[in-house]
Design a protein around this ligand. Sequence first.
Ligand SMILES: *Cc1c(COP(=O)(O)O)cnc(C)c1O
Length: 355
Amino acid sequence: MTSICSYLRPDIASMAGYTPGEQPKVGEILKLNTNENPYPPSPAALEAIGSFATPRGAELLRRYPDPVGVDFCKAAAGALGVRPENIIIGNGSDDILTILTRAFVPQGGTIVSPTPSYLLYETLARLQGARFVTVPFTDNWQLPDPWPQRGASITFLPNPNSPSGTVLSLDSIRRLTEQLNGPLIIDEAYADFADGNALELVREGLPVVVTRTFSKGYGLAGLRFGFAVADPTLISHLVKVKDSYNCDTISLAAATAAISDQHWLLENRRLVLATRARLANELANLGFEVTPSHANFVWCRHPSHPAPPLYTALKNEGILVRLMHYPPHAPGLRITVGTEAGTSRLLAALARLVG
Ligand SMILES: *Cc1c(COP(=O)(O)O)cnc(C)c1O
């Protein structure tokens, strides 16, 4: 009998698939590997979720959700200083990246991103039957100028970047858009921890899309909610590409409450940035080379202790960080900024290992 798998598209059958960071069961493990926020989300978001366990909530859940999330778009527009028509909602920002890929990249098209960077873009290229091309960052995490890949169907630029945590100035992003013959997607998953963002470039009418997530700055990775900000006419085309009901009623309500609570966001940011400074400082004291971070993680290497055995030793102690390897560079550790207590536990373990 013929296996049903033999009917798959050959490129799907042979592709490796994206490997997300490990997700162990909640417990003793100190999880510093996927950049989740170490603090609980806004109480307003939790209250919105709780409100569904009522007769009124049951009535709302019986019906389909709002396909475009009008209330969310209004709240987000108010918080960000854009118009509701500038916003499209997604089931996590990975859903937004998929929608953008389907909308802009034909089969046989080209997806470009700098490297070392977010690994999902390559998976999106494979799924779309597109070529994936990377452009190395310069030694100090800037973009090469001139930019060598001008003809891409889409160019993805995470800013702040992962795994480095570095940011590019608005001027260097503007310079990139001048050279491209295609859209630039600025993936701002970590913008809540940075000093600036690229929303201004959307307002200026440049051919850019800014994507955001609730998984990092808002502490709601389990909820799955993200959005993009772009030209209103482009948004109306993107809406045709997305699943009709890509966001559920509960996540829409929670995300609306969360983005309306900017006080929570700023207070959380203050805590994470204070711990980030301490983490970077103490890692440097232990002899690590630490890249200055504008996100909620730090990227580091130790000149005399290779990253792979450090990763394994930490894991054996119940501390999970992300080991990342981008040849030809040596492997490094991407460590999420945790609570003060979690950071103390990590630093104590590393002091024993490299001390
Ligand atoms: C975490 C992350 C995302 C994905 O966010 P979700 O909303 O959880 O899908 C997108 N881009 C980058 C660079 C990220 O680090």
